[in-house]
Ligand binder design. Structure first.
Ligand SMILES: *[C@@H]1O[C@H](CO)[C@@H](O)[C@H](O)[C@H]1NC(C)=O
Ligand SMILES: *[C@@H]1O[C@H](CO)[C@@H](O)[C@H](O)[C@H]1NC(C)=O
Length: 556
């Protein structure tokens, strides 16, 4: 899925502190009134949104509001509110900028056009989760239409038994979320099988992103989304579909489709017919057990990213996949395969990244041979592996990253990775206790090894490699104790970036700490004291016995 632009990650407190500092700079250097207009009981500030630029953020969310506050003062006629400290490259947004207005999580009971007056410059509006909002008039957002690009109407008890007429005339709307609506049992009039056309009017030519997750949908007819000619991204995750809904066939411009966590059991032939732009398809966490051979007819020349992890597949769908010539990312992890046979990945594609696993599955030596020059990253996670399927993996001549997280690998013998070309090995979450000398021999130099959440007790395994062999080692949460036996391996920790800590008494000491050599020296002294102490024990016993027997002997 495409990453949505996010708000700057500064905490709101930091933001408002920064903002007031910047505002005081502005008021000191310009004559303009620094008091920014802000509706009652709301918080207002300038922000920068990724991919949007400066916005004026009006936050009235979660405030117990029962009506939309008076927004008249936000009309964009005011002066420009400052350019802030230009030397530092920062600027303070003002009401001349795009406005984002949050009214979500209140108790607003009805919405009509008298509240959203014209000239407000609102580009993003969120009125999600207003309990009891049953009345949104058809023309409620009409005055906002010149500027409104993003609208969130989540969890408002909307029903999908008639067109969503309140959005019809929003001719500039690009993103609409109507997730968490239409849930039968919660929403009067909800329908599980949607047959009506949901969108009419100018929105059909502008809408690019539509989110309809958690809507209790069992089917969406081809007509239901018909005419959304600009739609590129559709989120239908967390619904109750048992097959790919017909609606997608009426969306030829679709690039990203999520059907994550529905109840899809089968991908029938021609499920995605006509979707010749589709690049990303998310089908993970379905009950998917069957894929018909022509299931992917349609996006053969476009699909790059296909996710079918945590499904119920018993066979690698070699036949269905072979036509996907642009496919580079394939997730088949945590399925129900018994094996990946020779030629399992024979097709017109060249994968960069493959994830595949199933409890107890085996890999034929030639399972990956058809992708030998392609795969850069291979993940086999959570499948109970006790050893590394070296033969199959060693066919991958371009491999850089090998991830074997959350398996059952307890020990690594010498040359455990022999023949494998990776420069990054992940073994996190394995019950690994023993790593023999030269376990990592033969891998690419500058090797990054991730052993976090394993049960490794020492760092001696770092010895015996060339200086540049190991680039980094992560031993977070491995439960190491700072011991004398670490002494020899400490030099190796100076060459590699080493993450993690060891326990000295009750204290966690970072493995990269400059104190560690001294702590280890102390541990050596302690350990040798304990050793001589326990050696002294038999001596004392012996002398006692001698002395006692002498006394006994003399008393006879
Ligand atoms: C190692 O794996 C852990 C757990 O997945 C992760 O948090 C960490 O960032 C990884 N470290 C490195 C250096 O890749
Ligand atoms: C560690 O490195 C130092 C300085 O490079 C060297 O004098 C010392 O002998 C090394 N210790 C071991 C155990 O290799």
């Amino acid at each position: 899925m495409k990453k949505q632009p996010e708000l700057r990650t500064l905490s709101s407190q930091t933001c408002s502190i920064l903002f007031s500092i910047l505002m005081s700079v502005v008021s000191a250097t310009s004559a303009a009134d620094p008091a920014l207009p802000c509706p009652a009981r709301c918080e207002c500030r300038g922000e920068t949104l990724d991919g949007v630029g400066p916005v004026y953020s009006v936050n009235c969310a979660d405030n117990g509001l029962s009506t939309v506050p008076d927004l008249a003062m936000l009309r964009g006629t005011g002066p420009s509110y400052g350019t802030g400290d230009q030397d530092a490259g920062t600027s303070v947004a003002g009401i001349d900028d795009k406005i984002q207005l949050r009214l979500d999580k209140n108790q607003i009971g009805s919405i009509d056009r008298s509240q959203f007056i014209s000239g407000l410059g609102i580009f993003k509006l969120d009125i999600s989760r207003n309990k009891g909002l049953t009345e949104i008039s058809e023309d409620a957002f009409e005055n906002l239409s010149p500027t409104l690009e993003r609208l969130s109407l989540e969890a408002l008890k909307l029903t999908f038994n008639r067109p969503l007429s309140m959005v019809s005339r929003l001719s500039n709307l690009r993103l609409l979320s109507i997730s968490h609506n239409n849930r039968r049992g919660y929403v009067p009039g909800a329908v599980e099988h949607v047959t009506v056309r949901l969108f009419e009017g100018p929105i059909k030519r502008s809408l690019q992103i539509l989110k309809m997750s958690h809507c209790g949908l069992r089917s969406l007819s081809e007509a239901s989304l018909e005419g959304l000619s600009a739609l590129e991204e559709l989120d239908l995750s967390n619904n109750w579909f048992t097959q790919v809904p017909d609606a997608v066939k009426s969306l030829p411009g679709l690039k990203t489709l999520s059907l994550f966590h529905c109840y899809i059991m089968k991908l029938a032939d021609f499920s995605f017919i006509g979707l010749t732009q589709l690049t990303s398809l998310h089908l993970s966490a379905n009950r998917l057990a069957e894929i018909e051979p022509f299931a992917f007819t349609g996006p053969e020349g476009s699909l790059e990213d296909l996710r079918m992890g945590r499904c119920h597949l018993t066979n690698v769908p070699t036949d269905a996949l072979k036509v996907l010539r642009k496919l580079t990312y394939l997730d088949l992890s945590e399925n129900r395969f018994t094996e990946a046979g020779p030629g399992a990945f024979k097709g017109s594609y060249c994968l960069t990244e493959l994830l595949i696993s199933a409890a107890g599955m085996t890999f034929s030596d030639d399972a990956f041979s058809d992708q030998s020059e392609c795969i850069v990253s291979l993940t086999m996670k959570q499948m109970g592996l006790t050893s590394i399927p070296r033969e199959a993996i060693s066919k991958l001549t371009s491999l850089r990253r090998l991830s074997l997280d959350n398996n059952q690998i307890e020990s690594l013998p010498a040359d455990a990775f022999s023949g494998i070309s990776a420069s990054s090995i992940r073994l996190t979450g394995n019950p690994l206790t023993a790593i023999e000398d030269h376990a990592f021999r033969g891998l690419s130099s500058g090797l990054d090894i991730n052993l976090s959440h394993t049960k490794i007790s020492g760092i001696e395994f770092l010895l015996g490699y060339a200086e540049d062999a190991i680039g980094s080692v992560n031993l977070d949460y491995a439960g190491l104790v700072c011991r004398c036996s670490m002494r020899d391996a400490l030099n190796a920790t100076l060459l590699a970036n080493i993450y993690g800590s060891c326990l000295s008494g009750t204290r966690q000491v970072m493995l990269s700490s400059r104190e560690l050599p001294q702590i280890v020296e102390d541990a050596c002294v302690q350990e040798s004291k304990r050793n001589t102490g326990s050696q002294a024990q038999p001596m004392i016993e012996m002398w006692l016995t001698v002395a006692l027997s002498f006394i006994g002997f003399s008393s006879l």
